[in-house]
Design a protein around this ligand. Structure first.
Ligand SMILES: *[C@@H]1O[C@H](CO)[C@@H](O)[C@H](O)[C@H]1NC(C)=O
Ligand SMILES: *[C@@H]1O[C@H](CO)[C@@H](O)[C@H](O)[C@H]1NC(C)=O
Length: 289
């Protein structure tokens, strides 16, 4: 029974057919909902394997899932991503062992409040990627990777209201507090409390032309079933174009001892670019999709 479920998960996931955004040619659009995160939280707090399987199945069933590539494919995925980055004159990404990487454009659709942003980060091979859904009304959702059944996620959030900031490492703490809280509550129905930034550490990049700030943080997620789940995470915050961008990665506080180094590697790999790139080829490709 359990074996069957596992096989079903895998075969459903394979229907999703893609690898990375750029290696699969046509974009895979998925809808990501915070209900999934909520379900995951519940599964985690009950620590019941069956509910975890049910959550995974509900998740896989409700999404057009892109299965992360196998290890052998990941190399070519990383090669393709790096070829693309080099073509833009950008730094290649170093993909840690056991990780894959994605290069994706946020803001490729017809949503006028968005602007094109090239986003690159590495994520664990076993994680599943969801991308913004794109239809005639525009583009919603965001770029996310996660091991959803365990509640481990890495999510992009673009704080358009913050506008562009010259050097985030010189920004006041409030900018990081506001941006991160908006990021965690991105979908509106993610209720949480007791948010706190516990550490801020500048991560200079590109000779200071586009610095990043690493923030450690914690909060309590309030699940639909009335649980409070302590969560801990780490985020990388920068400003490219007329916004402040964050890739934040978190897990339950219980799992954090185990996940911390992984989550730190994810956010440390985060790069996003808005200026001086000619994305017209990619934009055309997406418009046809
Ligand atoms: C367009 O993007 C904005 C900013 O990310 C988002 O808040 C909004 O929901 C999106 N609109 C649509 C129609 O998807
Ligand atoms: C961007 O690239 C496209 C196709 O490669 C080219 O036609 C266009 O002229 C370029 N635009 C700029 C501003 O360089």
């Amino acid at each position: 029974m359990i074996m069957m479920d596992r096989l079903l998960v895998i075969s459903l996931a394979l229907l999703g057919s893609g690898c990375n955004a750029f290696s699969s040619g046509k974009m895979q659009s998925q809808r990501q909902t915070s209900e999934i995160a909520m379900l995951s939280e519940k599964a985690d707090s009950r620590r019941s394997f069956l509910s975890e399987v049910a959550t995974t199945l509900a998740f896989v069933g409700s999404l057009n899932v892109v299965m992360p590539p196998e290890a052998a494919l990941a190399v070519s995925g990383a090669n393709k991503v790096n070829a693309k980055l080099r073509a833009y004159g950008l730094d290649p990404i170093t993909v840690p062992d056991g990780f894959s990487t994605l290069l994706e454009i946020w803001g490729k659709g017809k949503n006028k409040s968005r602007f094109p942003l090239l986003v690159n980060f590495a994520y664990p091979l076993t994680w599943i990627v969801t991308l913004p859904s794109n239809d005639v009304n525009g583009e919603d959702g965001t770029i996310q990777a996660g091991e959803y059944a365990k509640g481990d996620t890495a999510t992009l959030y673009v704080n358009l209201d913050a506008g562009g900031v010259d050097d985030v490492t010189k920004a006041p703490k409030e900018l990081f507090e506001t941006t991160l809280q908006r990021a965690i509550g991105q979908k509106g129905n993610n209720m949480f409390q007791n948010f706190k930034i516990t550490k801020l550490e500048p991560a200079p990049y590109n000779s200071g032309k586009q610095n990043y700030m690493i923030a450690d943080f914690k909060y309590q997620l309030l699940t639909g079933a009335g649980f409070e789940v302590d969560r801990k995470g780490v985020a990388s915050i920068t400003s490219a174009g007329p916004a402040v961008e964050v890739l934040w990665s978190a897990s339950t506080a219980i799992r954090y001892k185990k996940t911390e180094s992984q989550l730190r590697q994810i956010v440390a790999s985060f790069r996003c670019y808005a200026d001086g790139l000619n994305l017209s080829d990619e934009m055309l490709m997406y418009d046809e999709a």
